[in-house]
Design a protein around this ligand. Structure first.
Ligand code: SF4
Ligand code: SF4
Length: 178
């Protein structure tokens, strides 16, 4: 195990049979991440969203994952209980081809941070149906070569992709002069 590092893997398991689509998880996530905390309950700001098909009573909790500059160019569809779903329905990526997981005012990407600092994530705590189960495990792996971006860096990266470095630098300079 020489040279290997311990890595904590955090997961949330979703039991579709238990979920009744109450959407309390969305509200809890949005409220927890509001500034100041619990000042806003808008599900559009949540990092977990329900994919809903009301006709077939399908409710699936999807958590926001990484920001991506481009959409996928080859997509699959899945048939579940006779109903066809696009791969996008189950995808947590923040991509240019849809509005999901973008902060409604700024358009900046939202990402699930597992409620950093909480022993059990808020969406899991609030779920009265036990449809969400939090699990942690430790794995040993080679040190990562890539640097993990924090939330602010992800936001800046998306702004750079959208407007370019020069425009962003000019804007910062203008703001600092005020
Ligand atoms: S809180 Fe639980 S039951 Fe309600 S929508 Fe979320 S996962 Fe489903
Ligand atoms: S773990 Fe926390 S940040 Fe992630 S979806 Fe659940 S409430 Fe939101």
């Amino acid at each position: 195990m020489d040279g290997q590092v311990k890595q904590k893997i955090k997961t949330i398991k979703v039991d579709l049979d238990k979920c009744n689509g109450c959407r309390a998880c969305e509200i809890a996530c949005a409220a927890y991440h509001a500034t100041p905390k619990y000042s806003n309950f808008n599900p559009a700001r949540s990092r977990v969203r329900m994919v809903i098909d009301e006709r077939n009573d399908e409710w699936v909790a999807i958590r926001a994952t990484d920001y991506t500059k481009a959409g996928c160019d080859g997509r699959r569809t899945y048939t579940i209980n006779g109903k066809e779903y696009s791969e996008c329905s189950f995808c947590g990526s923040v991509c240019p081809t849809r509005d999901l997981f973008k902060e409604p005012d700024s358009g900046l990407p939202l990402k699930c941070d597992m409620c950093e600092g909480e022993e059990v994530p808020m969406c899991v705590q609030i779920c009265s149906r036990d449809a969400l189960t939090y699990e942690e495990k430790e794995v040993h792996e080679e040190p990562a070569e890539t640097v993990k971006l924090n939330e602010m860096e992800i936001g800046l990266k998306s702004l750079i992709d959208q407007y370019g470095v020069q425009k962003l630098t000019d804007t910062f300079a203008r703001m600092l002069q005020k």
